[in-house]
Design a protein around this ligand. Structure first.
Ligand SMILES: NC(=O)c1ccc[n+]([C@@H]2O[C@H](COP(=O)([O-])OP(=O)(O)OC[C@H]3O[C@@H](n4cnc5c(N)ncnc54)[C@H](OP(=O)(O)O)[C@@H]3O)[C@@H](O)[C@H]2O)c1
Length: 184
C-alpha cells in the first residue's frame, strides 16, 4: 500500500485515483485552491502543462516518484507541442525537480478509457527503473496493463503519440473513448 497524492481533481485525476484505490492504495487529491498537507510516496501531476511551474515551485518532491501525465499541446494552434522536439514535458520537469524520480505515464490514455475496470495499456518512460517498478507494483490489481516503454527520452515519443491521438479525436476519426491499442 502506497500513499498517492494527485494534483488535480479533473477528468484524469478522478479515473487515475479510482485505479490506485482499486489496487489498495490511499489516495489524496489536491485542487488548485487546496492546501497541500502531505505529499505521498507517489505524486501524479494531473494538471494542464501550464500549471506545472507553480506546483514545482511550491512543493518539495525530493525522493518522490513524480508522475507526469501531461500532453503539452499548443491548444492555440493545435499544430505543435509546447516543448522543443528534442525534449519533452517530462524532461522539463526532471530538470526543474532534479531530486524527484520522474516518470511519464498515462498520457496516451484518454480519461474515458481509464474509467471502470477495462483492461488497457499504460506506457511508462523513465531513467529510474526502480520508480517504474514501484509504480507498476502500486497499480497491481487495478486491471491496467503497465508497459515499460524505456528511458526518460521515450517520453518524447509518448507525447508525440498522445498529440497524434488528440488530433485524430478532434477530427472525429476516433472517439474520446478510443485511442491506440497495443497487442503483443
Ligand atoms: N483528459 C484526457 O483524456 C487526458 C489524457 C491524457 C493526458 N491528459 C493530461 O492530463 C492533464 C489533466 O487533464 P484533465 O483532462 O484531467 O484536465 P481537467 O479535467 O481540466 O482538470 C485539470 C485539473 O487541474 C487542476 N489544477 C490546475 N492548476 C492546478 C494547481 N496549481 N494545483 C492543483 N491543481 C491544479 C484543476 O483545478 P481547478 O479546476 O481548481 O483549477 C483541475 O482539477 C493534462 O495535462 C492533460 O494533457 C488528459
Amino acid at each position: 500500500m502506497k500513499n498517492i497524492s494527485i494534483f488535480g481533481k479533473g477528468n484524469m485525476a478522478k479515473v487515475i485515483a479510482e485505479r490506485f484505490t482499486k489496487a489498495g492504495n490511499e489516495v489524496t487529491l489536491y485542487g488548485s485552491k487546496d492546501e497541500v498537507t502531505n505529499i505521498g510516496d507517489i505524486v501524479i501531476l494531473a494538471v494542464p502543462y501550464g500549471a506545472l511551474t507553480t506546483i514545482l515551485e511550491a512543493n518539495d518532491f525530493k525522493g518522490k516518484i513524480l508522475v507526469d501525465i501531461t500532453n503539452p499541446v499548443d491548444f492555440s494552434t493545435m499544430d505543435a507541442l509546447l516543448v522543443p522536439s528534442d525534449s519533452s514535458a517530462t524532461e522539463v520537469i526532471a530538470k526543474a525537480a532534479p531530486a524527484a524520480r520522474v516518470v511519464k505515464a498515462f498520457n496516451t490514455n484518454f480519461a474515458a478509457t481509464l474509467a471502470g475496470d477495462t483492461t488497457t495499456s499504460v506506457l511508462l518512460a523513465s531513467d529510474d527503473a526502480d520508480a517504474k517498478a514501484e509504480l507498476t507494483n502500486a497499480l497491481d490489481g487495478s486491471h491496467l496493463n503497465i508497459i515499460d516503454a524505456g528511458s526518460l527520452k521515450r517520453a518524447r515519443e509518448l507525447e508525440a503519440l498522445g498529440f497524434l491521438q488528440i488530433t485524430l479525436a478532434i477530427r472525429g476519426l476516433i472517439g474520446w473513448t478510443g485511442g491506440f491499442s497495443l497487442s503483443k
